[in-house]
Design a protein around this ligand. Structure first.
Ligand code: AMP
Length: 307
């Protein structure tokens, strides 16, 4: 089952308490594609890069069933660049640089062969571009998932509110949920945010897992307690790729199946943080993913006698 993915393909510079790297491939769409392509194919990418983006990287993605017809290559400009520094707890980070470069003039075009896909992942990007992609689709996908971040809440709130009314599932982290709703309680935040449009809301809490809200229901998926977290960059996008990848693979968008999908998202994200960039996502096999999913089952499985 095909998934259309919109997002950035980028160069990142990352500093964590455990190491530093000046230039590594990143971007929201890149992480979504690496994660989702382990679960279903094709992934139909919509993005933009400059003349500096390596051909080998494009070929690596193609090998994994990622279609790149929707990725524009601008010959005389640089790719999007982002730089961030993590604090000691690895849950908080400061954005040091956001150089839009090619992204500043990006007008996404949905290729004809992407039309008719049933799953749409609107990765973290300018909300106006997320709106443009939804509007170009001749048939509304079965499920539209949107990921965004505080940067866009601060710079493009009106467009963000508009796109919230067009989607099914919104993914944000806990501090963004509080920022968006003005509420400290995540339960109160979820109620207010669901009133803004999305039918389902996922609040990511980093190493403390993720919450899924829908109507009066709430479900919690833990994150795997890992001995070493090396680099959390891309964990959110990888979670998104795992989530939508599972839903597309099983063709089931019920709340019950979304519970499983956030476990799959958490499992994929647990790989992402083990090495810098997308390196670990490229290495893992189906067996690695299955083994990790079993660890998740063990983590939350218990018997209880009622009192
Ligand atoms: P995450 O850690 O899941 O939030 O994603 C980090 C990735 O998002 C990095 O690889 C960045 O290149 C990319 N990124 C950072 N800031 C933005 C932004 N404002 N819009 C889109 N992508 C971004």
């Amino acid at each position: 089952m095909a998934i259309i993915t919109l997002g950035t393909m980028a160069f990142d510079a990352i500093e964590t308490p455990f190491g530093k790297i000046d230039k590594i491939i990143g971007g929201s769409a890149t992480y979504v594609a690496y994660a989702a392509s382990h679960l279903t194919q094709p992934i139909q990418q919509i993005s933009i890069v400059g003349n500096d983006f390596p051909v080998e990287e494009m070929n690596e993605l193609k090998k994994r069933g990622v279609e790149l017809t929707g990725v524009e290559i601008v010959p005389d400009k640089k790719s999007f660049f982002w730089s961030g520094k993590y604090h000691m707890d690895m849950n908080t980070r400061d954005t040091l640089i956001t150089d839009l470069n090619v992204l500043a003039d990006f007008v996404p075009k949905v290729p004809e062969e992407y039309q008719g896909s049933e799953f749409l992942m609107l990765g973290n990007l300018m909300p106006s571009l997320q709106i443009s992609v939804v509007n170009q689709l001749k048939k509304r996908p079965k499920l539209i998932v949107l990921d965004t971040m505080n940067f866009w809440m601060e710079t493009a709130m009106d467009d963000l509110k508009k796109v919230f009314s067009m989607i099914d599932v919104l993914m944000i982290n806990d501090s963004e949920a509080r920022q968006l709703s003005g509420e400290f309680s995540l339960v109160k935040s979820a109620k207010k945010i669901i009133e803004m449009g999305p039918k389902f809301l996922i609040i990511k809490k980093g190493e403390h897992g993720a919450l899924l809200f829908h109507e009066d229901h709430v479900f919690f998926a833990p994150a795997l307690p890992l001995e070493e977290v090396f680099d959390p960059t891309g964990a959110g996008d990888t979670f998104a790729g795992g989530f939508i990848g599972h839903l597309a693979r099983t063709k089931d968008i019920s709340f019950e199946n979304m519970k499983t999908a956030i476990i799959v998202g958490s499992a994929m994200a647990s790989f992402c943080v083990e090495k810098f960039g997308s390196q670990r996502l490229r290495e893992i096999t189906k067996t690695d993913i299955d083994t990790r999913l079993k660890e998740f089952v063990q983590l939350v499985n218990f018997d209880i006698d009622l009192v």
